[in-house]
Design a protein around this ligand. Structure first.
Ligand SMILES: Cc1ncc(COP(=O)(O)O)c(C=O)c1O
Length: 445
């Protein structure tokens, strides 16, 4: 008998074996927040409560939930080809999906290297960067530069270039030879900005300082999220990403945009690189590529980066890197169906059209209790609350719990509350998210 999520009712004493990720396990298991079913914009709890998904699951279900074309593609593909070896063998869907991703990517992005998650995509991009410098005869370029408050997943590469202290402090020395740019969050100058902040482009010049400190000949790549998501939604200051592109180019440093959150419509275009009109050398993606249905990630590489590896005899493996499940047939089938759905529904444009609705809903919360900032761009909104003395994050977490009880899913990062609904969201649903947040915030001390 198949066991399905909406038919299984577990007792709290059956929850011990699963050690949950990024979760307060003891608190959760004492009072679990279970999700049993989903469709379109909604989740349902095991006891039948309907919850509006204000966060696309975890920044990933951009097409909405259980969309028929994606579901059918996965079901049929599972019965057609369950798995085929990823190394020295292939199946046609991986090439088809890569062609379709390249078709909607920035013009210089011509090749896709598949992974199974954003974390793997980041570590893959960092390895490609190091390998690229080496095959180009610049093996001294081994240093990787990230940014404070950056989130690049949880691999050792990702946490090394990442800049969120809780994700780093337990795990030793991490990668050697990493440095960080300053983060761009500046409440004194940019609080309550609608869209991109005016102040902060000059923070990209800090890269010149790092070049002066380490010398360009030691630096392989810079990696940043175009919009820093997991740290609490920090939009790039106007001109910042362009400046970073200019400086990296000047010094022969590769620029990697981590678009695990921002790709596939979130910013109102296929990739944030296009929306912000800045072309990096590599782009990492995951989440939205399958609308969260089957794990998949990848690295988009420019022709120049890819071609640098295509040397030596044709029988030589060009890069000793990959995963058993790279380009898994179910993920590829889901990816192709997802991209088709984005296209048929014109969902990236829809996100762009809904952006002003999100903007006015978010900024309509101004003046609410303990609110110190409101931010938005594309189909993303964020509310920053003042921290409770000695309990950072507690106030926002309480607000999130109240929203969940009132039938809306949002997410917190420290004292920030983030909103990122599926791209199919209606204006009335954005209003419901804002109204629920307003009530929850007002009732929280
Ligand atoms: C920018 C960014 N990079 C990497 C990751 C890691 O992705 P995953 O959780 O699929 O490993 C995330 C996840 O939220 C992310 O936001």
């Amino acid at each position: 008998m198949t066991i399905l999520s909406d038919q299984l009712h577990l007792h709290p004493d059956q929850l011990g074996a699963h050690w949950m990720p990024f979760t307060a396990n003891r608190q959760f298991k004492a009072n679990p927040r279970m999700i049993a079913k989903a469709e379109g914009m909604y989740y349902w709890t095991p006891d039948g409560r309907k919850v509006l998904d204000g966060f696309s699951g975890l920044w990933c279900c951009n097409a909405g939930h259980c969309r028929k074309p994606i579901v059918e593609a996965i079901q049929k593909q599972a019965a057609t080809l369950d798995y085929s070896p990823a190394f020295q063998m292939a199946h046609p869907l991986s090439f088809e999906l890569a062609n379709r991703i390249v078709e909607i990517a920035p013009p210089s992005m011509k090749h896709v290297f598949y992974t199974n998650s954003g974390s793997e995509a980041v570590d893959t991009a960092l390895k490609i960067a190091l390998g690229y410098q080496r095959v180009k005869g610049e093996a001294s370029r081994t240093r990787l530069i990230g940014r404070e408050r950056g989130y690049h997943g949880v691999g050792f590469g990702g946490i090394s270039v990442g800049g969120m202290v809780a994700n780093r402090k337990m795990f030793g020395a991490m990668l050697a030879g990493v440095d960080h740019l300053p983060h761009t969050h500046n409440l004194a100058k940019n609080a309550y900005t609608k869209g991109l902040p005016e102040h902060g482009a000059e923070l990209a010049d800090e890269l010149e300082r790092l070049v002066a400190l380490h010398d360009a000949s030691t630096i392989a790549a810079v990696i940043v999220e175009p919009m820093a998501g997991s740290t609490g939604v920090l939009m790039p200051p106007k001109g910042y990403l362009k400046r970073l592109r200019e400086i990296t180019k000047k010094h022969g440093i590769l620029l990697i945009f981590d678009e695990v959150i921002t790709a596939f419509g979130r910013m109102g275009g296929a990739f944030a690189s296009q929306v912000f009109d800045v072309e990096p050398d590599m782009i990492t993606f995951a989440k939205g590529v399958t609308s969260g249905t089957v794990p998949m990630g990848g690295v988009l590489a420019s022709k120049a980066v890819h071609d640098a590896f295509m040397i030596g005899p044709p029988g030589a493996i060009e890069i000793f890197h990959g995963y058993t499940y790279s380009a898994h047939p179910l993920a590829c089938a889901a990816g192709i169906a997802t991209l088709q759905l984005y296209k048929d529904g014109d969902l990236f444009n829809r996100a762009k059209q809904m952006a002003p609705v999100m903007e006015s809903a978010v900024h309509g919360l101004k003046g609410g209790k303990n609110i110190i900032d409101l931010r938005n761009f594309g189909l993303v909104g964020a509310i920053e609350l003042a921290s409770r003395p000695d309990a950072p994050g507690a106030r926002a977490f309480e607000v999130m719990l109240k929203c969940w009880e009132k039938g809306v899913l949002v997410r917190t990062a420290g004292d920030n509350i983030a909103i990122a609904p599926p791209l199919i969201v209606e204006a009335s649903q954005i209003a419901q998210i804002a109204d629920t947040l307003r009530e929850a915030i007002q009732s929280t001390d």
